[in-house]
Design a protein around this ligand. Structure first.
Ligand code: GCO
Length: 453
């Protein structure tokens, strides 16, 4: 087997609107639940927020020229719903439409394919005020937003995803208060699962009513759920985690059916015709993955389980395990296993690996360089696992580093740096890291560079 990736394999990088744009109330943009959440004291580390963050809203041309310099094939970014519809529906904000039109045109001018995410967690606050994802009306409202987007942009955007990581924004948004909107309500959570699935299916139909040429799918985070220990309650907890974290969206969207146990919990929300509306043809499966998850029973958690912290892992395991600054284990075999599971359980789909990467406390040295060798080692291990999955028959069509640039890491603020490009959040100076040049070599070779940098 050669170490060269298939011809036309897409090398990309990912970001999201709230995490990099800034301009949180500029040019008619409406308030999102993350604008509300980050301005609620105590929710975010150091009470940081995304009002400015990397200021991509004003610096996007500079950022695109940095993409061009490494011959990036594709750039995955998300649309801030509140730039298009400040209140989620009704009045269109044409300055917001113009921003994304200019951004997309600049990408195309630089021969970079836009890979669009229509929802990466920044729900219009006005829609949250009427229940957000727990209110069934939102499914149609979301579909209407996606139809408008398709009318404006489907001639220039060949790949669109409805959502980013639905299990993350529903679990952390509606069960444990960790993310916006910070609600802890089991029934609202269960309703949101079904409404998001329905929104996905209605959106695919709405977009296809405008264009049949767009590649459509969803970006899902999937990670092997492993019991923290072989105690019965932890084994049971890992099964609950797998159901909500891995199957609650992948199964209805890609197999047309909820897991049996979940279907009975959702029965009051499932109306005639819903499952047929949800189960539309997906052109690809978007997979976000970083590590496996060790799951612990937790009677205080609404779902009866939680992710174990790295520090809780028994020392005999911990001593042989490398982690990133997020405390996430570096386990490339789990990545291979997850990709192969998609091939074997979800109909051997075309797969885009839409997020993978690592955080470290990157600093700029006296020569003005960021020597992030650990990130380069991470990419070598994980991208080798990708190549192995392709050699073993998985239809992987592209890989996106998370992230193009350092950004606002949700409840953790700015401390966790994932970027190929270092951002000074005070001066807004961009400094390409050593991994940025590694990534360029990877793209030019279409293979993992053998020699070290
Ligand atoms: C996610 C989100 C990204 C995160 C990244 C690091 O996967 O949680 O898509 O917004 O910033 O994954 O946590």
């Amino acid at each position: 087997m050669t170490n060269i990736f298939p011809k036309n394999f897409l090398w990309g990088a990912s970001t999201s609107s709230y995490q990099i744009e800034g301009g949180s109330s500029e040019d008619g943009k409406g308030k999102s639940i993350w604008d509300t959440f980050t301005h609620t004291p105590g929710k975010i580390k150091n009470n940081e927020n995304g009002d400015i963050t990397a200021n991509h809203y004003h610096l996007y041309k500079q950022d695109i020229s940095l993409m061009k310099k490494i011959n990036l094939h594709t750039y995955r970014f998300s649309i801030a719903w509140t730039r298009i519809f400040p209140e989620g529906r009704g009045q269109i904000n044409f300055k917001g439409v113009d921003f994304y039109s200019n951004l997309i045109d600049e990408l195309l001018k630089n021969n970079i394919k836009p890979f669009i995410t229509l929802y990466h967690w920044d729900l219009p606050q006005k829609l949250q005020d009427t229940g957000g994802w727990s209110n069934r009306d939102i499914s149609k409202i979301f579909a209407d937003y996606t139809e408008l987007f398709a009318k404006k942009f489907s001639d220039r955007c060949a790949i669109i995803s409805t959502f980013n990581e639905p299990s993350v924004f529903t679990i952390h948004g509606y069960t444990d208060g960790y993310m916006a909107p910070g609600i802890r309500d089991k029934e609202m959570y269960l309703a949101s699962i079904h409404n998001v699935n329905l929104a996905h299916g209605l959106a695919l139909q709405a977009i296809r009513s405008v264009s049949s040429k767009v590649n459509l799918g969803c970006v899902l985070n999937m990670q092997p759920s492993i019991p923290f220990s072989d105690e019965k309650n932890n084994i049971e907890a890992s099964k609950i985690h797998d159901m909500y974290w891995n199957r609650a969206f992948a199964n209805p969207m890609y197999l047309g059916k909820y897991p049996t146990k979940l279907e009975s919990k959702l029965s009051k929300y499932i109306k005639n015709g819903d499952m047929q509306n949800i189960y539309q043809k997906n052109d690809y499966f978007g997979l976000n993955h970083y590590q496996h998850i060790r799951v612990k029973f937790d009677k205080n958690n609404l779902l009866g389980m939680r992710n174990a912290f790295f520090e809780e892992i028994p020392s005999n395991i911990r001593k042989d395990t490398e982690v990133t600054s997020m405390g996430w284990e570096i386990v490339p075999n789990a990545y291979y296993d997850q990709i192969m599971e998609l091939k074997n359980l979800y109909g051997d789909p075309e797969i885009y690996l839409t997020e993978n990467g690592c955080s470290y406390t990157d600093t700029i040295n006296l020569e003005g360089k960021v020597l992030d060798d650990k990130r380069i080692e991470y990419f070598k291990k994980y991208i080798s696992a990708v190549k192995k999955s392709i050699d073993d028959g998985a239809k992987v069509r592209g890989y996106f580093a998370w992230s193009l640039m350092d950004n606002f890491e949700w409840a953790l603020g700015f401390e966790k740096r994932f970027g190929l490009i270092h951002i000074d959040f005070k001066s807004l100076k961009r400094t390409p890291k050593k991994s940025y040049y590694f990534y360029k070599k990877l793209i030019d070779l279409n293979a993992i560079p053998s020699k070290s940098f």
